[in-house]
Design a protein around this ligand. Sequence first.
Ligand code: F6R
Length: 328
Amino acid sequence: VEELYFSWKDQIMDIVGRWGEVGAPGKYHVVGVLGMGGSGVVGDYLALLSNLRGGLPVIVSKSHLLPRTISSDDLVFAISYSGNTLETRLAVEKALRIGARIVVVSSDGLLEKLAAEKGVPFVGVVKGVAPRTALPSMLFAILSVLDASGLGVVSRGEAEGVAGFLGDVMRDAVNAAYDIADFIDSSKGLLILAGHSPWEALLVRGKNEFNENAKIPVKVDVAPEWMHNDIVGYEKPYKFPACVLAVKDPGDRVGSRLVDFMIDIYKGLGYPVKVLELRGASDLEKLMYGSLVLGLASVRLARMRGIDPLATESIHRYKSMVNEIFGV
Ligand code: F6R
């Protein structure tokens, strides 16, 4: 599994080599992203980048439902690593019905078939890996389509630069990940991932990684919103063992001070705290660095606990019943 993270640079370079081959030029009001789990979170990353860089508004929907804010005037990415996830397929059917412009991003499966049948643009991503480890392939696939559609927030040149950056920081990322895994395993409590805006998507991705690879529950705390509700919940908590991994962008003075404020409160409750500083020259580099460290840390923690990081039995159990639940 570690190898799958080590190959992130290659995943990006593979998309760079096919950059702009698929596009959907047009005038749209919003960009929709429909997907679940390790695929859906790619939509959160796109929304973060688009917000920071002034791209079109991005509506992410992790559901079988289609938000009514998405209309026939909009571009919709249907993203499912396997191409088979029922919720995503149901939402895509609805998007097709209203006549939205759809692009399918997937490695295989029914959505690839549907794209071929309906003549919908399709971008294939790296094959044969766990969805969550295909994050760069899926993210840069979407960024490439947007660029080819005149809606780019990231250029081919920048993508290539990020691939080089990941190669350069890999060794440091592994070291940081090992430290984090040691820290969490020595506390054996609820993992709280604390951080500051605008990195919500990274924290959610980190949560998913520790859920799926290390098989532990995780709580996500994000400042400054945290200061307006969660903080009160820490006034009189039921006693439970916890540990805090605080993620900071050192280039953001306010963000770092907000997290320092949180850390004071966690420490007052006796929770051990470790800080992860994001590295990189741009928001995109920081996002990829953070994703890499959190991913590798979650895999390392699984190993330390004698758990197979790849297996996601309970997701399979759900998927074996999903058709019955939805009545399809
Ligand atoms: C991540 C993972 C899940 C899937 C989710 C949706 O590695 O296994 O979170 O991403 O169940 O499946 P796909 O991505 O195939 O649509």
